[in-house]
Design a protein around this ligand. Structure first.
Ligand code: FAD
Length: 635
């Protein structure tokens, strides 16, 4: 047998599910070598998840696959609530149909696309980039992190041994606990077996050296065990059957999202692609909690039929079903070993699938971590302390999101177990929560509060301009050609920050002069020039963008300072940085200033991080505030 090959990569990812693929997408076209391995033999054939929240769709927009995903997706527009009859009669009646709409978003809250298709688009988006390699039927068998050199930028402290998985392994067997921990003289040595016994046909193992390792390897994460990360939380008292069937039913709302509340339980019914519906059905067994292992498909369907009566529900075909007891658990750490090892997605949090949050949260975790790793690996963050501060924000930002999700999930399950009189209002609140509108990352190097302010008051469930919240999406038109765009579609995931200057009505001479002064300062500032102006054909780290609300024909793009339309010898002027909040030819008026509650006379400046979250909100001409932000980031 030949000796194991040794390969050096910058980033090693375990798991090519939604989280792993979303993470890899950050590195398209970057000068960063990425290797992803997955033990399954090829792309996911189907997958259980299907709902995509608007934030996740914005992430796809920024990866350039938004149009393909949207074209294939099905929108959810209405929710029907059914309950027991008020006249004491048997059976259920439709109580109301409510629009599946969160007005603050200004766009659909949720669309449906099967997990395998979601993964397909993310996978195909990376395949043409030869800096990213994906190996299926491959699993790590040991990992070793040399902590003596983790503080130096260009070291490869992570060593991984890989094994070809050629035997027919059970993909759910990651629960094995035969990993062992020991401390080698050169640092932290972690070593484990993945439960797969090699057979004589297995290829010799590969050795990988990496700068960083990320576990996107799902609920039974192998890396989590190697890193000694434990999950906190527990099993709940809820046992559910979940079925994906093509129904033969006379139930009139079978193609709407439905909450069906009967004396015997509550079904959540969600229409899916291919004429299928998904039903989550609580299963009870007298006073004792049934063991999911004892449940059969027929028993789950019998429980469903009882709830949906007097309507009938026969099974045309069943593509998948399962029974489970909900686990609500969050990892005690999301990163380890001086931020050289990370866990993402189901690998660090699990909860009930009913609110359709798992795939979305996993993709959003990966999106949060990806730009931080990219900036670090590209050497854009100058000191090792600043790099670590930035990478630490992955845990400080995403762990509270997972904890909030568990708290929400508990309430959501309770709502199902014992629906209150305010069921419909509570459902609407829940819909708002699932959009991520309540997420606000805490202050850090990447989220800076206005000078002199330590804390901000609550601004939950609102789409507003607050440091730490997501930039609410809005529609504007390009100054140069009048073509409309949503802002997140324009803010592609290149690793760049954006300084968005909401300059107000610049047909007014005061506002126009202010914009000129700001532009001149930013383009010439000693501390910013190297990051805002293109350097030797490279995209600048910070893109300065203008959104004004003047009539377009009163604005002369070519007269604006160069930082708003920089020149490159290769491609001339960049005409795609100035936008107007005006009526478009075909798509109406986006009313961005109104939506974001920005005064048209006063304006403001917003620093947007590469992941679309707000880093700082400043007065429109607070150029020192912009300098302070990037000094704080040490870029
Ligand atoms: P996974 O999808 O589990 O991917 C992990 C990957 O790692 C897999 O490809 C696996 O093969 C690989 N892997 C594992 N171990 C190893 C190893 N040792 N070596 C190499 N590779 C390894 N979420 C939603 O957002 N919306 C929904 O509507 C929704 N519905 C759901 C319905 C059900 C019934 C269930 C069970 C889940 C649902 N979810 C939903 C949750 C969603 O499926 C998960 O949260 C999501 O798939 C997690 O993504 P991930 O990439 O973190 O992990």
């Amino acid at each position: 047998m030949s000796p194991p090959a040794s390969t050096k990569v910058d980033l090693f990812i375990v798991g090519a599910g939604p989280a792993g693929l979303a993470l890899a997408n950050w590195f398209r076209g970057a000068n960063i070598k990425v290797l992803i391995v997955d033990k399954k033999p090829g792309p996911t054939p189907r997958g259980q998840a299907e709902g995509l929240k608007s934030t996740t769709n914005e992430i796809f927009d920024s990866y350039g696959i938004g149009p393909q995903v949207t074209a294939e997706s099905w929108r959810l527009e209405e929710i029907a609530c059914w309950g027991t009859r008020k006249d004491g009669g048997e059976g259920i009646v439709r109580e109301q149909v409510i629009p599946d709409k969160v007005a603050e978003l200004g766009k659909p809250r949720e669309t449906m696309l099967q997990q395998s298709r979601v993964e397909h688009h993310m996978l195909h988006n990376i395949l043409s980039h030869d800096n990213i390699e994906i190996r299926y039927s491959t699993a790590p068998i040991s990992v070793d992190v040399d902590t003596s050199c983790v503080h130096e930028a260009d070291t490869f402290p992570v060593s991984v041994s890989l094994e070809k998985v050629t035997t027919n392994i059970n993909t759910t067997n990651g629960d094995t606990t035969n990993g062992t921990n020991c401390h080698a003289t050169n640092g932290h040595h972690i070593n484990g077996q993945n439960g797969h016994q090699p057979n004589e046909h297995d290829a010799p193992s590969d050795k990988i050296s990496a700068k960083y390792i990320v576990g996107c390897d799902g609920a039974r994460s192998w890396l989590r065990k190697q890193l000694d990360v434990s999950l906190e939380g527990d099993l709940t008292d809820s046992v559910f059957g979940v079925v994906d069937i093509i129904p033969k039913s006379n139930f009139p709302d079978i193609r709407r999202v439905c909450y069906l509340r009967a004396a015997s339980g509550t079904i959540l019914l969600v229409p899916r692609s291919n004429k299928e519906v998904r039903m989550y059905i609580p299963v009870e067994s007298g006073t004792a909690l049934p063991d999911p292992k004892d449940l059969t498909f027929d028993r789950v369907m019998d429980a469903a039929r009882k709830i949906i009566a007097p309507y009938t529900m026969e099974v045309g075909s069943v593509s998948w079903w399962s029974a489970y007891r909900v686990r609500q658990r969050v990892g005690n750490h999301f990163s380890r070993l001086n931020e050289r090892a990370f866990l993402v997605g189901d690998a660090v949090h699990t909860h009930s699938p009913k609110a359709g949050q798992g795939m979305n949260t996993s993709i959003q975790d990966a999106y949060n971590l990806g730009w931080k790793l990219r900036l670090t690996l590209e050497g854009k963050v100058r000191s090792s302390g600043a790099r670590q501060d930035l990478l630490r924000t992955y845990e400080s930002e995403r762990r509270p999101v997972a904890l909030d999700l568990i708290a929400f999930d508990k309430g959501f399950l309770k709502l199902f177990a014992a629906p209150s009189a305010q069921f419909d209002t509570e459902i609407l609140q829940a819909l708002k929560f699932t959009t991520g509108l309540s997420i606000r990352y805490p202050p850090s190097c990447a989220v800076q509060l206005p000078k002199g302010i330590e804390q901000l008051g609550p601004s939950l469930l609102k789409a507003d301009l607050v440091p730490g919240k997501r930039l609410p999406d809005f529609r504007v038109v390009y100054q140069a050609d009048g073509v409309p765009t949503w802002m997140h579609q324009r803010l592609s995931a290149t690793g760049q920050f954006r300084v968005i200057i909401f300059a107000g009505d610049i047909s007014d001479s005061t506002a126009s002069k202010r914009l000129h002064d700001v532009g001149k300062y930013l383009g010439e500032s000693k501390s910013l020039k190297h990051v805002v102006m293109p350097q030797s054909e490279q995209e600048p780290l910070v893109e300065v963008v203008v959104v004004h609300c003047a009539e377009r024909d009163l604005v002369d793009l070519s007269a604006l300072p160069e930082v708003y339309r920089p020149w490159s010898d290769e491609s001339g002027y960049d005409f795609w940085r100035v936008f107007a909040d005006v009526e478009s030819v075909h798509d109406g008026h986006g009313r961005a200033y109104e939506r974001l509650e920005i005064d048209r006379q006063v304006g403001c400046t917003v620093v947007v991080r590469p992941d679309g979250y707000i880093g700082a909100v400043l007065e429109v001409d607070d150029v020192e505030g912009v300098e302070r932000y990037f000094e704080g980031m040490n870029v």
